[in-house]
Write a protein that binds this ligand. Sequence first.
Ligand code: G16
Length: 544
Amino acid sequence: MADLEGAFQMSLLHPNLKGVILQYGTAGFRTKAEELDHVMFRMGQLAALRSKKTKSTIGVMVTASHNPEEDNGVKLVDPLGEMLASAWEEYATQLANAEENQLTVILEKIIQEEKIEMHIGAFVVVGRDTRPSSLKLSQTAIDGIISLGSKHKDYGLVTTPQLHYIVCCHNTNQMYGTASVEGYYEKLSKAFLELTKQTPNRTDDHKHLKVDGANGIGALKLKEMENYLQKKLLISLYNDGTAGKLNHLCGADYVKVQQKRPEGIRMMAGERCCSYDGDADRVVYYYYDSASLFHLLDGDKIATLITTFLKELLTKADLHLQVAVVQTAYANGSSTRYLEETMKVEVHCAKTGVKHLHHKAQQFDIGVYFEANGHGTVLFSKDAQKKIQQLVENQNASKEQINAAKLLMNTLNLINQTVGDAISDMLLIEAILALKGMTVQQWDAIYTDLPNRQVKVKVADRRVIDTTDAERRAVSPPGLQEAIDSLVQKYSLSRAFVRPSGTEDVVRVYAEADTQTNADLLAHKVSLAVYKLAGGVGEEPKVV
Ligand code: G16
């Protein structure tokens, strides 16, 4: 039996406030910051155990990403920068909800089941976003790490993808990059500058991008990175955290769900703009046309742009690598049709949560995964990376092939392959637009989105909703899917689904149809069905 007495004594300083039951959800734990002290301590402990088990560095990121400023949360990062293994999510939930006197029992259980040798050293890296509660909560997580005799390094204020990158660097002997924020800036900016070297004639207008930093960590880090970009990208930063509130009327989630520009940003017709979310792991683009109509270029449009670019380079390089795209149920029907029918690319649908998309994307030579909300990246298999590298060095290959291979190499160095990353995705998009000499309008015109609407419904217990078929169909409560099916039939080109959120206490409803009015009506009628059949609370949902 491990000696956990010291750990237990330390845990008494971080008691479990009774009554709050939490689940390790889509992206770790998320709730009101004041309910999280004991959870942070215990996640520090779990990270230490995971580090001992894997004999690798593990990450703890304190953030609630797109949630309101009052919330907070924690995600654990596995050795190669991926999300925590699903088998350990269950341990996380058990630990977070344990009564004080059960804590040691559960720790012992994990140690035994996972055959963890407690004498093995552990190392955990910690990062946090800019929320007022994050500093104290990250210190609590560090207490938890120390309580099990583990070493740690506090990286302080970092974006979520920066921490994922750092974990991966630690565990690959710095092959992936140098394990520091500066190392991240150097790696990405070098790849970006190499890519854009071939676009010498760009005017300042072309290089100009307006960025909404959501008043969060992304703004802070983009400011730090700007110098590394050597004026190849001219950034005007808005919502940089000096005045406004995090994610309030701004940020990627607000822009995507509301389908309108964020507050605090001045936009002229045709100007290219983008928004990050609260921990800078998502990005969406947008612009106003000359008739002042708002156009959103979401994760689906980003996936299409990147896939087109990669396929063109593979053809030029004459490299035969299988490219597939992974989306979720939220993907706009037009994007899936375009990818499958026009681009002839294999498309897969995974459950919401990058952890699900990431795993699916790993099955291909090149897996492009994006959620419609702008969360995504590209994964290159080891074999694909090797083939690209070999072509770069192949003296018998043609000039065009070698040039394409170099562009592919720089693309994979620019991409943060550990997780979706707003800064890295933005730089890749900017490089692609520059290389293709494409405007944001031309990118937008690749296909036309079907009008759609996303709404939230409050219910007493969102766990009454269970889904199947990558969340596209509800299996409970009884009658809900039948109600959705009969509503969907009334509109053309329509589709709708509902699912419990894993980050907020709501049920999400998505609908698309031939016109915006119909998409809005369908979303409203489906919300009413959820409200009636799944125990809605508060006021009945209103039409948007
Ligand atoms: C997190 C996840 C995303 C997910 C989003 C919404 O994003 O990482 O994969 O799409 O939550 O999830 P849900 O609909 O279950 O609430 P973020 O940016 O908040 O970390």
